[in-house]
Write a new protein. Sequence first.
Length: 359
Amino acid sequence: MGSLPYDSVPKYNVLVVGSGGVGTMAAYAMEKSAKSAVTAVLRSNYAAVKRRGFNIDSRDHGNIIGWKPTHIRETIPDLAREAHIQPYDFIVVTTKNLADVPPSVAEIIAPAVTPGRTAIALLQNGLNIERPVVAAFPSNPVISGVPYIGAIEKPAGTIKHVNHDRLIVSPFCNPNIPASVSEEAARSFRDAYSCRAVTCEYEPDVRYARWRKLLYNASYNTVAAILGMDTSRMRVSEHVIDGLVRPAMREIQAAARVVAPGVELPDELIEELIRIDTYEGFFKPSMLQDVEKGKFIEFENIIGEPLREAEKHGVSMPTLKVVYALLKGLQWKTMEANGLVEVPRDCTPGMKYGKKGGR
């Protein structure tokens, strides 16, 4: 990867898209490493951060008052129109992956991507998230980032970071460019992210880290959203664990073994993850938080893609099939509330709903 001069010091030119909890901590780590100059794209929190910066209470970095990255802005840079902006070495995407709600990640970042130059790092959950990005940008390396961090923004511009920041970085396969180019980009991103307080690890095989995180996200995260229950209450109500969470984890375990040969998720790992959130924590997984806020939920890549891959390989996932249908119902309600779908006033049983704007 190339580097660009900022204030006479060679640094990576980095664009972070999605400056909530995860994105802000990523921006902070990259600037603290002294290897990157970060432009953060802010949306609902732009006014608050422009006025007073970010206030961060971090397990790794301590209390930080009024911090700002090198640049903040409300919109995605358009390099074709903003000629003064140098090409980005990395675009780091930390938004929720809403595969069923437009616009797509590729559409959002397209104005800031320089073909053959910019590496695109997807710090997002789920399976097959790279496919539409590789299709849209065939000459660019695409990087997997699997974050374990626990960072929440509430209120705007205020970050509570409770778990140690650990990021697993791997190259996604882009068949249009040499594998060595993707590998070099992933290693360079690891170096750009690494600072003394965080753990950033390079893994050459992207599959294990993603399937491992699916164990939690496809079970606890989804079931919590449907039931409106934190993980402490789910553990106390043992039937929720025995009837939903553990079966969902075992279905992910079985699918990984067949879909991604060589990826083994042992029974001991399942039991460890079932107990990972303490009884005292009353932790609300991110999908439940989004439901409570009336936001869209990122479930297609977390549960839809594993289901579709499992079906291709003849693996039955009865628990997750029902969970998926319930999540689609929750998403439909949010889409209707936001005007993306509509039900005709003369709706009768069996009538299909319509999507606005031809989507």
